[in-house]
Write a protein that binds this ligand. Sequence first.
Ligand SMILES: C[S@@+](CC[C@H](N)C(=O)[O-])C[C@H]1O[C@@H](n2cnc3c(N)ncnc32)[C@H](O)[C@@H]1O
Length: 260
Amino acid sequence: MSSVYFPPSLQHFEPRRMVFSTWVDHLPFAYDLVTALRPEVVVELGVYNGLSFFTFCQAMQENDIDGVAYAIDCWEGDKHTDHYDDSIYRDVQQHAREHYRGFAYLLRMYFHEALRHFNDDSIDLLHIDGLHTYEAVKEDFTTWYPKVKPGGIVLFHDVMARLQDFGAWKFFEELQAEHAETFRFNHGFGLGVLRKPGGQPRETELTGLLFDRDEASVKRLRQFYTHAAHFLEARRQAKRLKELIGAKKKGGQGKQAADG
Ligand SMILES: C[S@@+](CC[C@H](N)C(=O)[O-])C[C@H]1O[C@@H](n2cnc3c(N)ncnc32)[C@H](O)[C@@H]1O
């Protein structure tokens, strides 16, 4: 990895959507990946409050990427997120309308019901983030992989989570043994990356780094995005603090005016 890797997430990414999610550790990478791939079709399985999905959308919008993004979820929850109420869906719908009208579409249905809306070999970027048992992740991958373009990318969240009956880690390990081009980020709850063989994939600096099998490069890329996530969080906290101080000052001035 060259010392001058300076991706867009470090240059100008300010997340517009900030909600609680363990996905927070992968936002800079998600932003850079979409910017690099310039996908025509993005599909996310498992959206919840939209942190990952809207990061993909923001990257598309800010980098003039002429594509569409589909968010698929029943918006009911599952045994790992627990059942949640309709306010989550309404909030996601509102955010999509406000910021990404015309290219972000919400498909409120079960994953298997959505399959018929997509042709084989049509998806450039597929993100699998539904229920995280081994069986569920395997089924999501097996049923949706044919929809991914040769040369397209599949992301798997939670490939380092070993709590309860989470099994994405095990399934992704099996995929890594079978596929030539994979990468695993270990920070946060882990993010797996797999490139489907064939096609004419868009080769960029980032894809070059991802699928370079040299151990030292792998380590450096992992370190880079661990730091990028910390850097983003530190910047957000500094901004929040500045806003708080600003609000406090304003409040103080108001009080002085009232007193005077
Ligand atoms: C871990 S959350 C998604 C997190 C999200 N990507 C983020 O950025 O925070 C998983 C979501 O998948 C949905 N889900 C799980 N299995 C599903 C299925 N078979 N069909 C539709 N939605 C499903 C749940 O409703 C839940 O909202």
